[in-house]
Ligand binder design. Structure first.
Ligand code: KG4
Ligand code: ZN
Length: 341
């Protein structure tokens, strides 16, 4: 398979962002258009799947047109059409998958299926042009928390994962109870920056039989109990202090297990990915610890941490050159392991 001068149009609609981008050779972003539905889902305190699907249908045509126009390219200039096909909200994914299938059929261009978490990892290839596998990656998003051994661009092995809530979900639920708008993770992160992280003692959940797995439900319950107990006693809760204490506990679990896995498995090249990789404390703690331990640390630029089309185009390049081309029978899947791709 030719591997130079490959321009891929990539489409992403797995959750609440309708996105499209054109990426060259997996590393150079020629355009990147993201239309967010967050303001509408905010009204309901979380993503409403049915609304998400409808908004994707309304936006996708214009988003894809703009991605091509911004790159100053036509379909005929491209090598392939890529799309996120799993995992995510099934109705939302189907909008992108069907649109991509239509474009592929009409243009005759090959269709490249991209796994959402693989694309989060690939966001790092855009922000860090020198980064190449093998490396160990902490993938932390709204729906997943994984430690993944990335053996090459398309071969991945799950080393650890959450037993219950994902890190982003754990942040969002506590933020919502404190009274912050959806998606709470980023707001909680901002409040935490000015809070006292020792004000509210938190448990440190460990799973002795599975040291690389995570469990955030106990931590989340501890934070929610602090809020409810204070309410019952008519006492105020400091949003800043609770955010800081809770963030420290969640980030403590993530970094401890990630660094243990790196040490045990002998990885010295570490990468973070997914919406939660934008977290200020996670970035700060890992930067400090990796410096101390002599590890290399790679992080996506903040604009590529959340869902976007460019990261899909980055991973699509590696799927394409490894021959991963889908037929027009491609279907979306709400769940799918990153190992299967
Ligand atoms: O990867 P992503 O954009 O979507 C999924 O694939 O799920 O991740 C979204 C998640 C949300 O839970 C959001 O609250 C969280 O990432 N997030 C953060 C921060 N920015 C986004 N969590 C903590 N700190 C942040 N700065
Ligand atoms: Zn995502």
């Amino acid at each position: 398979m030719q591997s130079e001068n490959i321009k891929i149009l990539a489409i992403e609609s797995s959750c609440d962002e309708t996105a499209a981008a054109v990426v060259e050779n997996g590393r150079t972003v020629l355009s990147n258009v993201v239309v967010s539905q967050i303001d509408e889902h905010k009204l309901y305190g979380g993503v409403v799947p049915e609304i998400a699907s409808r908004r994707h249908v309304e936006a996708i045509n214009a988003v894809v047109d703009k991605a091509l126009a911004d790159a100053d390219l036509k379909l005929a200039d491209l090598s392939a059409i890529a799309v996120t096909y799993a995992p995510g909200l099934i109705g939302a994914l189907l909008v992108g998958v069907n649109f991509a299938k239509g474009l592929s059929y009409a243009s005759g261009l090959p269709l490249v299926p991209v796994h959402h978490l693989r694309s989060h990892i690939a966001a790092n290839y855009i922000s860090n042009p020198q980064l190449e596998p093998p490396f160990l990656c902490l993938v932390v998003s709204g729906g997943h928390s994984h430690i993944v051994a990335v053996e090459d661009h398309t071969t991945m092995k799950i080393i650890g994962k959450t037993r219950d809530d994902a890190a982003g979900e754990a942040f969002d639920k506590v933020a919502r109870t404190i009274g912050m708008p959806y998606p709470g993770g980023v707001n909680l992160d901002k409040k935490a920056e000015v809070g006292d992280d020792s004000a509210y003692p938190m448990p440190h959940p460990r799973l002795p039989d599975a040291p690389y797995d995570f469990s955030f439900s106990g931590l989340k319950t501890a934070a929610l109990n602090i809020i409810h107990n204070a309410e019952q006693r008519g006492e105020p809760v400091s949003a800043e202090n609770l955010s800081a204490s809770y963030r420290k506990a969640v980030v403590g679990c993530l970094t401890e297990n990630f660094l243990k896995a790196a040490k045990d498995l002998g990885y010295k090249k570490l990468v973070i990915a997914g919406g939660v990789s934008a977290n200020t404390l996670l970035r700060r703690e890992l930067t400090r610890e990796c410096k101390r331990l002599g590890y290399e640390l790679f992080m996506p630029g903040l604009k590529y941490c959340g869902d976007n089309g460019a990261m899909v185009g980055a991973q699509a390049y590696y799927e394409y050159i490894s021959g991963n081309i889908a037929s027009l029978e491609l279907n979306a899947a709400a769940t799918k392991s990153i190992e299967e791709g």
